[in-house]
Ligand binder design. Structure first.
Ligand code: ZN
Length: 149
């Protein structure tokens, strides 16, 4: 069993959890076609296709596949790209950032630290305080409303 340290936003502490490792075929059974294409095959949704782009109420965006806390809506900003955009994750523990040189571009891919789901990419043209723009696929996320997060 492989474990991973994940920050739990509701408990406000770091917890040790089992990593979720499934084959593509297993994920295919659990996800919609669109979710599978994005999270497992590193696809990209059409800009503006996910209603999460419009969510601004207090809460937390979690990994669609495993429920890991990823981004607070307080860190969401209007990027104008049509993809949900955030300036920082709830914790650096909860995401993995790795170089992605596909499609002839040099980008940094963002993955869920617990299940390895492809979430999107991070760029250096975001707003203060971090200057980062986490450009996410809404279909890789689910929204958990909650005023005190
Ligand atoms: Zn996950």
């Amino acid at each position: 069993m492989t474990t991973v340290a994940i920050y739990d936003a509701r408990q406000n502490r770091v917890v040790t959890l089992e990593k979720i490792e499934k084959s593509d075929a297993e994920w295919k059974k659990l996800l919609t076609k669109k979710q599978y294409e994005i999270t497992t095959k590193k696809g990209t949704e059409a800009p503006g296709s996910c209603p999460f782009d419009q969510v601004h109420e207090p809460g937390i965006f979690q990994c669609e596949r495993c429920g890991t806390d990823l981004f607070r809506s307080s860190t969401k900003f209007e990027s104008g790209t049509g993809w949900p955009s955030f300036y920082e994750p709830v914790s650096p523990l909860n995401v993995v950032e790795q170089p992605d040189n596909s499609l002839g571009m040099v980008r940094i891919e963002v993955l869920c630290a617990r299940c390895g789901s492809h979430l999107g990419h991070v760029f250096d043209d975001g707003p203060p305080p971090t200057g980062k723009r986490y450009c996410m696929n809404g279909f890789a996320l689910k929204f958990a409303p909650g005023g005190r997060l």
